[in-house]
Ligand binder design. Structure first.
Ligand SMILES: C[S@@+](CC[C@H](N)C(=O)[O-])C[C@H]1O[C@@H](n2cnc3c(N)ncnc32)[C@H](O)[C@@H]1O
Length: 269
């Protein structure tokens, strides 16, 4: 067999393995209500749903924001669904808003839940421009140079929701231009929902975990990992380490996966 044929065969085998692993996650995840979820007496019923074309969030009809962003429609629908699970005993955190497309939708979604009245979404980013992967999303004249600060663009897009959010500028870990920024700290408040979109490496994920997990509450805290499903990218890319990360945490129970996008959600057991 030629080298090219071997390479093709290897790609086909990888795709098959991916399908099998997807099927394994679908079949090994329980069906119906998430048993033992700490908020289960609340009105909202949390149900398992893995890559389901009848997923409960698919009936959501969020409004459209005409702005750059890195999230899919199904992911936006998902935010609107998971916000309904919020019962108010803990804080809601977003890591990695970039320009705030996700933030605008999260604020819309949580604002519909009365338990969020008088609460703020805590939003963390280093706001450091990385030309190699950010330039393709934004071409306006005020685009920062590599490693420039883009917080002013976030604040412009988020102008109407600045009263609903608490913004923190800092790094989770050293990454491409943020070395001189302080590491973010978290006040000692329990965390009900954390939405993570700040990197796929073990380093990035270990960093946020070490900062925030002391305030996770077993059976209650919900962890939405925006980029988790990118570990399925083929050919494999070295930085897609989200599966390695969650495998290190057997107390992360997979409860949701979208079909179109990267989100997988875990209940902290
Ligand atoms: C993929 S973008 C987020 C996209 C955004 N959620 C959206 O909906 O468009 C990732 C964000 O994480 C931030 N980020 C990445 N690594 C970081 C780190 N180590 N510390 C702080 N922020 C980081 C980046 O600046 C960027 O804004």
């Amino acid at each position: 067999m030629s080298e090219k044929q071997l390479a093709n065969l290897s790609i086909q085998m990888e795709r098959l393995q991916l399908l099998i692993e997807d099927f394994q996650r679908i079949s090994s995840t329980p069906k119906g209500k998430v048993i033992g979820w700490g908020n289960e007496n609340e009105q909202f019923q949390l149900e398992y749903s893995i890559m389901d074309k009848f997923a409960p969030w698919l009936s959501e009809n969020p409004k459209v924001y005409d702005m750059p962003g890195m999230i899919s429609r199904e992911e936006i629908q998902y935010y609107h669904y998971i916000a309904k699970s919020y019962s108010g005993w803990g804080e809601v955190i977003e890591l990695g808003p970039w320009f705030g497309h996700s933030t605008l939708h999260l604020v819309d979604a949580f604002s519909k839940n009365q338990k969020f009245d008088n609460k703020k979404l805590h939003v963390f980013d280093d706001f450091v421009w990385r030309s190699s992967w950010m330039d393709p999303h934004y071409a306006d004249a005020d685009r920062p140079n590599n490693h420039g600060d883009f917080k002013f663009i976030f604040e412009r897009y988020a102008a109407n929701i600045l009263n609903n959010i608490q913004v923190y500028q800092g790094k989770f870990t050293n990454f491409d231009g943020n070395e001189n920024l302080p590491q973010v700290k978290w006040v000692d408040k329990n965390i009900e929902i954390i939405i993570v979109d700040c990197g796929r490496t073990l380093d990035a994920n270990n960093a946020w975990f070490n900062i925030f997990s002391k305030n996770f509450v077993p059976n209650k805290t919900i962890i939405v990992m925006q980029d988790w499903r990118q570990h399925r990218e083929r050919p494999r890319l070295w930085y897609n380490q989200t599966l390695d990360f969650t495998m290190q945490h057997p107390n992360f129970e997979l409860i949701h996966e979208v079909q179109n996008g990267g989100i997988a959600t875990f209940l902290y057991r």
